[in-house]
Ligand binder design. Structure first.
Ligand code: SR1
Ligand code: MG
Length: 396
């Protein structure tokens, strides 16, 4: 029971007719198709085709997790997503989907239809090497990192924004699924017999456990910026081209957290894409995917540095602060990247990069990911840390 009516392919045209902001897509005679396109864990999503072309996308939240209706979760995540999309659209224009309508009664968002784009993870799984995407994402993270932080907002607005952006239920999912469950006995964990010893060695390493504990603490307490909070390659839409069109979507996990978590989410997912290439014997693909980490980082650093002259209170936040802050974000990203990759090969919520591999290469991919994660978590943060993790990933 939801207490409100869920959207279906059949009732979407009537729903559009009842929303003044969506009137231009509501004429039933012009609606040529409605498809359920949701492939995430949380919500249902419908694409409405109008006159045979792009129309509008409707995303509805239920009071439970889509893939597990026994798992209750606030449908208010939909309102949170709308608020964050508006803010990210302000600070990073053109890098998130346009928000067209918010229905707080039925927990529906209407979004720009990007059906000429593809989810990046799908492209990566197919072996497509789209240039420019990783850099655009670094630019997105930087614009959000600066624009929603103390540097971009000043002290008073930053405090108000932190208070207005708490997202406890969705943060708890991340705290459990990313930082806790993979490291304890849990019914969510799924481990191949062939990788049991590797997982035990990784999760049983005291240095790994300490680093994960510290990463969880940082996730829960470092309110730097209104981060995306779930920036994996399945949260990115791409229309390949030169330059590609790139949009980060699904911001329902957003909250005031550490910027390195968003960079790390990307790095962790580059590891997973590289592990797929490695397991399939495609060394070129693995190397290319590993190289994305520096593309994202370089674009992040360049964009953040370009925004720096506009910071609030330069009397205190001098250039030494910029250098130290960037170093902190990079070190955080290494630990968060490891946490994000490891959870995808141990715990709940798996990824196609790994899961669509036959069992033997899947085991090889998982071992590679765990080797890389262990290094990222336990070696001192230094130049070349991610490169060395990548070497370990592809060394069998
Ligand atoms: C209940 S499943 C939750 C996971 O799906 C989302 O995409 C996030 O990654 C989250 O951890
Ligand atoms: Mg998602």
């Amino acid at each position: 029971m939801t207490g409100y009516e869920l959207l279906t392919v059949e009732n979407v045209p009537a729903y559009l007719g009842g929303r003044p902001a969506l009137a231009r897509w509501a004429d039933p005679a012009r609606i040529t198709g409605v498809r359920e396109i949701g492939d995430g864990n949380m919500n249902i999503v419908f694409a409405v085709e109008v006159d045979g072309g792009p129309g509008v996308v409707l995303k509805q939240s239920m009071p439970y997790v889509r893939v597990d209706p026994d798992w209750p979760i606030t449908p208010d995540r939909n309102r949170i997503e709308a608020t964050v999309l508006a803010e990210h659209g302000r600070v990073a224009p053109g890098l998130v989907p346009a928000l067209l309508d918010v229905d707080e009664t039925r927990h529906v968002l209407a979004l720009e239809d990007l059906s000429d784009h593809r989810v990046w993870r799908g492209l990566l799984v197919e072996g497509s090497r789209d240039e420019g995407v990783a850099g655009e994402l670094g630019r997105y993270v930087a614009r959000v990192a600066f624009g929603t932080s103390v540097f971009g907002l000043g002290a008073e607005r930053h405090k108000a924004a932190v208070a207005a952006s708490v997202n406890p239920e969705l943060c708890e999912i991340t705290e459990d699924l990313v930082f806790t469950e993979p490291y304890v006995e849990h019914e969510h964990n799924r481990i191949l017999p062939a990788t049991k010893a590797d997982v035990a060695a990784y999760t049983g390493d005291p240095a790994v456990r300490t680093a994960i504990g510290l990463a969880k603490l940082a996730f829960m307490t470092h309110a730097e910026a209104l981060i995306h909070g779930d920036l994996h390659t399945g949260s990115v839409l791409v229309r390949p081209g030169s330059p590609p069109s790139v949009r980060a979507f699904d911001v329902e996990f957003a909250f005031y957290g550490p910027v390195g978590f968003d960079i790390g989410a990307l790095w962790g997912n580059y590891l997973l894409a590289a592990a797929r290439g490695f397991a399939l014997g495609d060394a070129g693909r693995a190397r290319w995917a590993l190289g994305l980490a520096e593309r994202t980082w370089d674009a992040f650093r360049a964009e953040f540095t370009a925004l720096w002259p506009d910071r609030a209170d330069p009397r205190v936040y001098g250039d030494g602060v910029l250098a130290a802050y960037l170093a902190t974000v990079r070190a955080d990203a290494a630990a968060f990247g490891a946490a994000k990759a490891a959870r995808r090969v141990i715990g709940f919520s798996r990824v196609a990069d790994i899961e669509t591999l036959p069992e033997e290469p899947r085991a090889a991919a998982i071992r590679g990911v765990l080797r890389a994660c262990r290094h990222l978590l336990t070696a001192p943060p230094a130049e070349g840390l991610f490169d060395r993790a990548g070497e370990l990933l592809v060394s069998a």
